[in-house]
Write a protein that binds this ligand. Structure first.
Ligand code: SF4
Ligand code: SF4
Length: 330
């Protein structure tokens, strides 16, 4: 059996997965812990923390490994991990993903951007950044990004044998979805082989990046008397961009015949219309574009469009922000 290369004072190697509901971090955490415990002889624990929504909201998954002679009696969220894996870059806007990272820790990011760019978004001083285009691999292999992220994590955690993970992938999929075994094995291997690293030296006296626990805006001091909620529930501020699995619809206005077939199938009212005169001077509704803030990339609109005015596009960083047509709410 191999031994842990790094441990904290309690003897644990700790991993935190920062993700968005729907990207498979919960399953990745389970498979990671299962591989360590059942195949490699470590003790392991895993759990996730997420809200009531299934998709689009932040998810944290925690994994602890230790040598078999140590019992895991700590089941609290991991605040000072050795490895952080960021499944989606949209998280930077809402969560301090790198908080609590050890000075010599590793942050793995699913991205197509370069090291310095990612480092400045993460606001980290030192440590190793690992980059993988997990979304690109998943789109090409028709799988999910979690398996590519697992491949990269196994390369980082050199005490974990990748062959053990291949066994767990086969066991997880072969009964119910045998057709997914080979694509997932390929995805895992590509994650393992394609991850790239850059290390930033640890300055002398460098400290752990302080962990910030997310505080609720409302508490017993700030809540209105009687617990009244003054703002109506709505999703106007929600950003569903994190639910997209690498593809989004691209709008070609010159081909659009304003038939509204796309709007009829869109589950999130993403299409933005305006009143304009047609060639005969009659007032009609004309499609202006897509509000990508609410688009979760289901591509139902692309299937419904009769005139190829919508096509699917591999999402590049910043594309949605640059090409978003904003809804006007009255
Ligand atoms: S992909 Fe199309 S149908 Fe799906 S949410 Fe986005 S705009 Fe709506
Ligand atoms: S379905 Fe296609 S043609 Fe019809 S309004 Fe939507 S984008 Fe335009």
């Amino acid at each position: 059996m191999s031994t842990l290369t790094k441990k904290n004072a309690l003897g644990f190697f700790e991993i935190r997965l920062e993700s968005i509901g729907g990207l498979g971090a919960n399953l990745a955490g389970k498979m990671l812990a299962e591989t360590g415990a059942l195949e490699l002889g470590f003790n392991a624990a895993n759990f996730s923390s997420y809200g009531s929504e299934k998709k689009g909201s932040p998810v944290k998954t925690f994994v602890r490994f230790c040598d078999p002679e140590i019992e895991i009696r700590d089941h609290s969220p991991i605040e000072e991990p050795h490895l952080i894996a960021v499944f989606h870059e949209a998280l930077y806007k809402i969560v301090n993903v790198a908080s609590g990272l050890q000075p010599d820790g590793v942050v793995l990011v699913n991205t197509t951007r370069d090291f310095d760019d990612v480092r400045s978004s993460l606001k980290i001083e030192s440590g190793t950044i690992a980059l993988i285009d997990a979304m690109g691999i998943a789109v090409e292999e028709r799988t999910k990004i979690n398996t590519a992220m697992l491949g990269a994590m196994f390369r980082i955690c050199d005490f974990l044998d990748p062959e053990a993970m291949r066994t767990v992938i086969r066991r997880t999929f072969e009964k119910k979805y045998p057709q997914l075994v080979e694509p997932n094995l390929r995805t895992f291997d590509r994650g393992y082989n394609e991850v790239e690293f850059k290390t930033y030296e640890v300055p002398e006296g460098s400290q752990i990046k302080p962990f910030k626990r997310v505080q609720s805006l409302l508490g017993y001091k700030t809540q209105l008397p009687g617990g009244v909620i003054a703002a109506q529930g709505n999703s106007i501020l929600k950003d569903l961009g994190g639910s997209r699995a690498g593809l989004l619809p691209e709008f070609h206005a010159e081909k659009c015949i304003n038939c509204a077939a796309c709007d009829n199938v869109c589950p999130d009212y993403c299409f933005v219309w305006e009143s304009a005169e047609d060639k005969r001077g009659r007032l009609q509704q004309v499609l202006r574009g897509i509000d990508y803030q609410y688009c979760k990339g289901c591509l139902k609109c692309v299937e419904a469009c009769p005139s190829d005015a919508l096509t699917s596009l591999r999402e590049e960083p910043g594309y949605a922000e640059l090409n978003r047509v904003t809804q006007v709410f009255c």
